[in-house]
Design a protein around this ligand. Structure first.
Ligand SMILES: Cc1cc2nc3c(=O)[nH]c(=O)nc-3n(C[C@H](O)[C@H](O)[C@H](O)COP(=O)(O)OP(=O)(O)OC[C@H]3O[C@@H](n4cnc5c(N)ncnc54)[C@H](O)[C@@H]3O)c2cc1C
Length: 356
């Protein structure tokens, strides 16, 4: 019997779901309101394929850690660049910071992460442009970076070669979800089309579409991250361990070398009201770059920047995943959602198609 799957949203989660559904032998159609994939956070993020995600043991952290390993195969299959590199959590020459680093390293080892403490020479070898002389660093294996826009383009190419149909520039207005045997009706300017199943990964709009299908999704907030782009010689993701409580305007950020030679500094973190906000000012770029003086010893010259907005579940530190009949909803896919996307997609498609 032939199966059909509608995917709403051509961000990373939607494209991964389309790939998973196509692998499951379904006829797949992807809808996106924008004219090309990546309008949302998926096209505007820091491109880190994460390993560590505090608090380490929740669902987000577990998904990201397992999904990380799928990216080498995906990079090869879709044809995008992936740069494997360690992350260094750098501490200064201060007893309190060294104690914090040792405690962090032993906790992470207990949780079966591959970490070691390295001396200042390793940091200097990996980040020769930095002018600081740190006390040392916690060295975490297994990180990678990608250029997210390149990943989305490569996935789109792969999906098209597998016969997946794209309806770009088409907004989905609502869904009608019947009992599993009746499938899901997608309503858009193309009319009402029926599919065996649907995966909704529409970023902030997932919540509205879930409500249109009779669900009660959690409250979400929108948080913009601005990232400065610099040219630096660095072969590791680097962030600072600090014992003092300074105002923290960055979240989960660092010095992040991309495969294309550019280095991302950031992101910053600030609440906004527009979920599609990708704007930034010169001052915000400088602020993003200055946050890494502690790692670099200077503020690098910033020529370009980018910004994207996270959709965060305000009720629980978790992604929103729900089902109704054969429709699955994926929303509040905050960091590390890019990393977790292959496994979120696998779960969504398996759940939507069930025993078919
Ligand atoms: C600044 C920043 C840095 C980040 N850094 C990282 C990182 O380093 N590593 C990591 O793993 N994660 C990171 N993230 C998180 C990651 O980017 C997101 O988790 C992920 O991109 C979410 O993808 P998505 O597909 O759910 O949503 P989106 O990318 O928002 O995609 C949703 C799509 O749905 C479409 N759409 C919306 N409504 C409709 C509708 N009604 N009909 C049709 N189409 C619709 C939109 O046009 C959009 O293309 C970061 C996020 C930000 C903002």
């Amino acid at each position: 019997l032939s199966k059909s799957v509608a995917v709403v949203g051509a961000g990373i989660v939607g494209l991964m779901a389309a790939l998973e559904a196509s692998r499951a032998g379904a006829k797949v159609e992807v809808y996106d309101e924008a004219r090309q994939p990546g309008r949302g956070a998926s096209g505007h993020n820091a491109g880190v394929i994460h390993v560590l995600q505090p608090p380490f043991l929740n669902r987000k952290a577990r998904l990201a850690r397992r999904a990380n390993r799928l990216f080498d195969g995906l990079a090869e299959e879709a044809g995008f660049s992936l740069r494997r590199q360690p992350a260094l959590l750098v501490y200064r020459n201060k007893a309190s910071e060294k104690a914090l680093a040792l405690a962090a390293a032993s906790l992470l080892r207990m949780l079966a992460y591959k970490v070691k403490i390295v001396g200042p020479g390793v940091f200097r070898d990996l980040c020769p442009d930095s002018e600081i002389r740190p006390g040392g660093a916690v060295y975490v294996e297994g990180y990678a970076t990608v250029n997210p826009v390149e990943v989305l383009e490569a996935l789109r190419g792969l999906l098209e070669s597998r016969g997946v149909e794209f309806h770009l520039g088409v907004r989905v207005d609502s869904l009608r979800v019947g009992p599993p045997g009746e499938g899901v009706e997608i309503r858009s300017e193309l009319g009402e089309r029926r599919y065996t199943a649907a995966v909704v990964a529409a970023g902030p709009d997932t919540m509205r579409l879930a409500r249109s299908a009779g669900l009660h999704p959690p409250r979400v907030g929108f948080y913009k991250g601005v990232m400065a782009v610099a040219r630096l010689n660095c072969d590791a993701i680097a962030a600072e361990i600090r014992s003092s409580r300074r105002t923290r305007k960055t979240k989960g950020g660092g010095v992040i070398p991309w495969p294309d030679g550019r280095v991302i500094l950031g992101p910053t973190f600030a609440r906004v009201s527009d979920p599609w906000d990708t704007s930034f000012t010169r001052e915000e770029l400088v602020e993003a770059a200055e946050a890494y003086r502690g790692i670099l010893g200077f503020t690098p010259e910033v020529r370009e920047g980018l910004a994207g907005t996270r959709v965060k579940n305000e009720e629980k530190d978790d992604f929103y995943t729900a089902r109704r009949g054969r429709a699955v909803f994926l929303g509040a896919i905050d960091s590390p959602g890019f990393t977790a996307s292959p496994l979120l997609a696998r779960w969504a498609v398996t759940t939507a198609l069930g025993d078919l």
